[in-house]
Design a protein around this ligand. Sequence first.
Ligand SMILES: [Mn+2]
Length: 334
Amino acid sequence: MAYRIVTHANCTDGFSSAFVIKKYFNILLGKDLSQKEIDSIQIVGVMPPDIQTGSFKTTVDDIVVDLPNPVTKVLFWCDHHDTSKPKSELSENYYWKPTPSCTGYLLELVEEKGGKLSKETFDFKRAIDTMDSASYSPEQIRLCYYKQENYDSTNPLLQLHIIGSMFNTRDRVLNDEIFKTLLSGKLGETPLSDENLWKLNPLMFHKAQLESYAQWRDVVDPYLEYKEDIKVVVQDDRKATISRGVADRFYVYIKFPNAKYSVNLRLIDNETTRFGVGSNIFHKDWCDVNIGKICFETGKKFEGAGGGHPAVGGVNVKSKHTDEALQYILNGLK
Ligand SMILES: [Mn+2]
């Protein structure tokens, strides 16, 4: 039977989790595959709602990482999202723990199962933990989200952002293709030193992404609304007069350092509105609500689906409920 690694599409933790599964396949799965067999394992990128609703069909030979627990039994499941927290004891090869990243959790499991990790792997783990839990310092944001004078730095966090730029383009099909290409064949020790990956010139993608962030910041600047009384920044993209660039989700906290939370919303098709909700990444201690839970409840209430972590989440709702859902979220953040 053919194994597949099903992972969070469009996401650096999803990419890195799939990388770790491939790298330590036999240790993690208790199998005895040849390197050639492991190299040829298929990678599938999927978005969380497609797992939650069961619209993506998994099989008993799937390894599912950084995604919700699938509706039907799979070979291996590992996740760290708050909303995936199991309600009963997990069966064999099912893992959940509220770690900063799924990648980091998988690496912990590798160690528990007797695998040895290199210094480079620990550097990689620290970088993906920072990135996926958004525990950046303002300096790290300035390093990874704004143009640098030069790119001589070998900072693992910056390198991981440069890599992530490759499968974070506006084109989902291209992202998927790049994802698969980067994870096919022989892998390096970690993505940081993966020769095949660096041959594809990720810095070119990253520079383009930084320019797109800059363009986006110019577009949203006029309509970012800071609600002083509840310390929430609302970014209602229905007010945008032009669509340009790529969202820089941390900009609001650089611009409004006193904000506790931010909410952004946009129509993704005629029927669906997507909300993103987050807390000030530089002051996690200011967050005294469970945002993932608010998103989950908002999804249930307004004919959609949502979830996330205590400090960040997202939810899709039926567009006819957009204003009501926004009000519901703002009340929840109060
Ligand atoms: Mn993750």
